[in-house]
Design a protein around this ligand. Structure first.
Ligand SMILES: *Cc1c(COP(=O)(O)O)cnc(C)c1O
Length: 390
């Protein structure tokens, strides 16, 4: 047997381990210090009542011979795909049900779709970046180049026409920077991809956090996107499904003459047996009126935290992006070095965040705070931050 040597090219994912180690060491040395974690990349609010009730009812159905269901459709039940299509239709995006594929989460889709692409494609990813995009391509052995985010472009890099790429990753609103593209920005990427015959893998995991009406929630709000873009979305951050597992991917029939769409169905029917019926009923409930109201309340609670963090940083004169349309705040470290700032925040204010250096070379000098803690803890952390940095 020969091992996949590409795995030896992966960098040790030391970022969150190192964050945890340093926080633990600080806690041991300062047993009375109350540490507030603003590095959390997971949701903390429980799933909404509508989804809980739907899950209970579906379990009951599965427990009765008359209503029991075995394997479901590879692409997901129609009842859920219809809800997803209706959700897109509200923004004027028309999708056929056979363009929607239900899955157990965005990470499965964003990595699984690489099965459909040759290894000699050139991958273009933003820097800073969600590490999954990079690592999954390293595992396959693809060449990766980067579009640099920086303060000048607001961490929303635009395409460089001199650069050639085949597979392009975009994530908007972005993890880690919280920055979100406007229509003109996405249009530039769509035009660039179409001019090259490239595919865009658009990660819309945070679309529900957008509060500015002018910003696109879906790449299909842009003309030409159905010819070049796959969209990946998730119930994880929106509905608190990180432990439940549900997502979906849109593969338009107009993309690559329908080849990607039919290849994905072929791939799924070979490698996958569908998301759980119970969980798909829970997802359906999220899209119902009650469910929508409930998840909006959850997201609003996180966004109140984000607004407080953003206001505090503005008061302190610290450059930052994110927060308004995203649960992430990306700030410029006073003093520059992101690990030095991590230590200063921890020892001076008992706050744990995430150093930007962990998200790529362009992340050095920046820092990510998340809005997933409670309002009480976030407020306490912001008062401490003000005292420390004033
Ligand atoms: C959290 C997150 C996801 C969601 O992944 P799931 O597998 O659906 O939980 C996808 N993309 C980004 C950028 C994320 O931060």
């Amino acid at each position: 047997m020969k091992l996949n040597k590409n795995y030896s090219m992966l960098k040790e994912n030391y970022l969150f381990a190192e964050v945890a180690n340093r926080a633990k060491k600080f806690a041991e040395e300062n047993p009375t210090a109350e540490i507030i974690k603003l590095g959390i990349g997971d949701v903390t609010l429980p799933i909404c009542k509508a989804a809980v009730e739907a899950g209970k009812a579906a379990s009951e159905e599965m427990g009765k011979a008359e209503t029991f269901r075995g394997y479901g459709p590879y692409e997901g039940y129609e009842f859920l795909r219809e809800k997803i299509a209706a959700y897109y239709a509200r923004r004027g995006v028309k999708l056929d049900l056979n363009e929607i594929f239900v899955s157990e989460g965005a990470k499965n889709d964003v990595t699984g779709i690489l099965d459909l692409f040759a290894v000699d494609n050139i991958v273009l990813a933003p820097d800073p970046v969600y590490p999954v995009y990079v690592d999954s391509n390293i595992m396959d052995g693809r060449k990766i180049i980067f579009a640099n985010g920086n303060e000048q472009n607001g961490f929303l890099p635009l395409p460089d026409k001199k650069v050639k790429a085949d597979i392009i990753y975009l994530c908007s609103p972005n993890n880690p920077t919280g920055a979100a593209y406007d229509k003109a920005g996405l249009k530039a990427w769509v035009d660039y991809a179409n001019s090259l015959g490239a595919v865009i893998l658009f990660d819309a995991a945070y679309e529900f956090f957008i509060s500015d009406d002018r910003l696109p929630h879906s790449i299909y709000e842009i003309d030409g996107a159905k010819e070049c873009a796959v969209e990946i979305c998730s119930f994880s951050k929106t509905a608190g499904f990180t432990g439940v597992r549900l997502g979906y991917m849109i593969i338009p029939r107009r993309l690559a003459g329908g080849a990607l769409n039919s290849m994905w169905l072929r791939r799924q029917s070979t490698k996958y047996n569908g998301a759980s019926y119970i969980v798909q009923r829970m997802g359906e409930a999220v899209f119902c009126e009650e469910g929508m109201k409930q998840i909006k309340a959850g997201v609003a609670a996180y966004m109140k935290n984000a607004a407080l963090m953003s206001d505090t940083l503005t008061k302190l004169g610290i450059w930052h992006t994110g927060g308004v349309n995203s649960p992430y705040i990306w700030l410029k470290c006073p003093g520059g070095d992101s690990w030095a700032f991590f230590d200063r925040l921890l020892s001076g204010a008992g706050i744990v965040g995430t150093p930007g250096a962990g998200f790529g070379k362009m992340g050095e000098g920046y820092f990510r705070l998340t809005a997933f803690n409670t309002f009480e803890n976030t407020s306490k952390a912001m008062s401490r931050l003000e005292k420390l940095l004033k």
